[in-house]
Design a protein around this ligand. Structure first.
Ligand SMILES: NC(=O)c1ccc[n+]([C@@H]2O[C@H](COP(=O)([O-])OP(=O)(O)OC[C@H]3O[C@@H](n4cnc5c(N)ncnc54)[C@H](O)[C@@H]3O)[C@@H](O)[C@H]2O)c1
Length: 441
């Protein structure tokens, strides 16, 4: 077991690194948070929680840790020399033009860690990385900068994070995790450490397996969502309702079935996929072997999901034709800027490409989102004189809209385009709207 007098440095204090730092500090370790953003460092040392979305338990945990006094943030990379463990949680995006990981932040972090870490330290990569990165990027940089050998002078492991904004603490505490060690001793070291904050299983394996598992599980979701989206497009063409189809597909089981797991698990179709992770992790998964394998399913799934905001615009165009208006004359309210329901996270939001289509077509629009300061407002007020509502994000607030009331303030022949199956098609049509939903027109 670990000695809680040990010091843990967390490199990168964002959605992943910050809650991890708070949990280890709460477990009694000395925690040094290192980030390159001086202003963030200063705010963290004043006790501010940088994560503004709904995060159950985080504010209380931060308050507890600040009282305890065993967490501090710094931008000084020399502090790594004090650490017995260094956990890396910096961002790992892919480049827009070629979808290849740039690793600018990861490489800079590794260089500063390598130059300062002490002998016997354990370095853990929590960032999501392309399979092969531990061997071809992480280990060589650390060895070159430190003049030490992984597995001999220091321990090295990949323990990818599985959290989602909105559930940060719950996901860290209760999800099973994979620990890929550069050596078996490295994996065991990390497992012993993480037991202090994680109640899920910690499954030891090697680095390449852990890397594939993490990028693979997010790719699985992306491919499943793409299947659901393609089913939605097929249902539109067949004039069927994808939500009814999905329900009946997922109900495929024997009446005598006692196993809890479903045999079919068709995901939700919708207006697009966003967030920091899902839109890029498929590209990470295939990155190093793309030229050898020439994968087709995974990139195709990406293109299908990226197409869905464009399809939202197509649905709007077809509704406009139906009511005999011109698209360029429209005034539209777009509901939702965050990529996920009831969250403030707007990284890679599908609303952005949809808005770009509106702008290309010269459509007048306004955006509403109660979770984003810039887009807060009274929906009924904003709807005055609008021709259409386009729902991109399924915030709970939108489920409570009173059709009759909003109908009264909108222009004639109002349109609803539903990207998240929030509205009741029959009811809104009865109220007088022209309705088109993804997979349900
Ligand atoms: N956000 C999620 O839901 C989630 C879930 C699972 C895995 N991940 C993965 O975890 C990693 C981090 O994601 P995130 O959402 O926390 O990113 P983030 O952008 O919220 O946080 C990254 C932090 O690292 C800091 N940083 C960058 N370079 C640094 C350096 N050289 N030294 C010190 N700090 C540095 C940044 O300033 C930032 O505060 C990514 O690889 C991501 O794919 C994220």
């Amino acid at each position: 077991m670990n000695n809680q007098n040990e010091t843990i440095a967390i490199c990168g204090l964002g959605y992943v690194g910050y809650p991890v730092a708070m949990l280890f500090a709460d477990a009694g370790f000395n925690v040094i948070g290192v980030d390159i953003l001086e202003e963030r460092v200063q705010r963290l040392n004043e006790g501010e929680n940088p994560i503004k979305g709904q995060e159950p338990g985080l504010d209380e945990l931060v308050e507890k840790v600040i009282k305890k006094g065993n967490f501090r943030a710094t931008a000084d990379v020399k502090e790594y020399c004090k650490a017995d463990f260094i956990i890396v949680a910096v961002q790992t995006p892919v480049a827009e033009e070629n979808k290849k990981p740039t690793y600018e932040n990861l490489k800079a972090a590794l260089r500063s860690i390598g130059q300062n870490m002490k002998k016997g330290v354990t370095v853990v990569i929590e960032s999501t990385i392309a399979p092969g990165t531990m061997e071809h990027v992480v280990k060589p940089i650390l060895e070159e900068e430190s003049k030490m050998i992984a597995g001999k002078d220091f321990y090295l492991a990949n323990c990818p994070e599985r959290l989602m904004p909105g559930h940060l603490l719950e996901n860290i505490r209760y999800y099973n995790r994979v620990v890929g060690g550069w050596t078996p001793e490295s994996a065991t070291k990390v497992k012993e450490l993480y037991k202090h904050v994680i109640q899920g299983e910690l499954e030891e394996t090697d680095c390449i397996t852990a890397e594939i598992v993490k990028a693979g599980e997010n790719t699985y979701r992306d491919v499943q969502i793409a299947f659901a989206n393609e089913m939605a497009l097929l249902c539109e063409a067949y004039k069927a309702n994808v939500w009814e189809v999905r329900k009946l597909i997922n109900n495929c089981k024997k009446v005598t079935e006692t196993r809890p797991e479903a045999l079919r698990q068709m995901h939700f179709p919708g207006a697009g996929v966003g967030g920091h992770c899902i839109p890029k992790d498929s590209w990470l998964l295939i990155h190093e072997v793309r030229d050898i394998v020439n994968p087709k399913l995974i990139p195709t799934a990406r293109y299908i999901n990226d197409f869905m905001p464009i399809h939202m615009f197509e649905l709007l165009e077809s509704a406009v034709k139906e009511v005999g208006k011109e698209i360029k004359d429209l005034d539209v309210l777009v509901l939702g800027w965050a990529y996920d329901a009831n969250s403030d996270d707007d990284r890679n939001t599908p609303t952005k490409p949809f808005i770009e289509k509106l702008e290309e077509a010269g459509v007048k629009y306004e955006i509403h989102d109660s979770f984003i300061d810039e887009y807060k407002g009274n929906i009924k007020e904003i709807l005055k004189g609008k021709d259409a509502i386009v729902l991109m994000t399924g915030h709970d607030e939108y489920k409570g809209l009173k059709y009759e009331e909003i109908l009264g303030v909108m222009n004639e022949k109002p349109i609803i385009i539903d990207g998240r199956n929030i509205f009741d098609k029959e009811k809104v049509r009865k109220a007088g709207f022209v309705y088109k939903g993804v997979g349900n027109i």
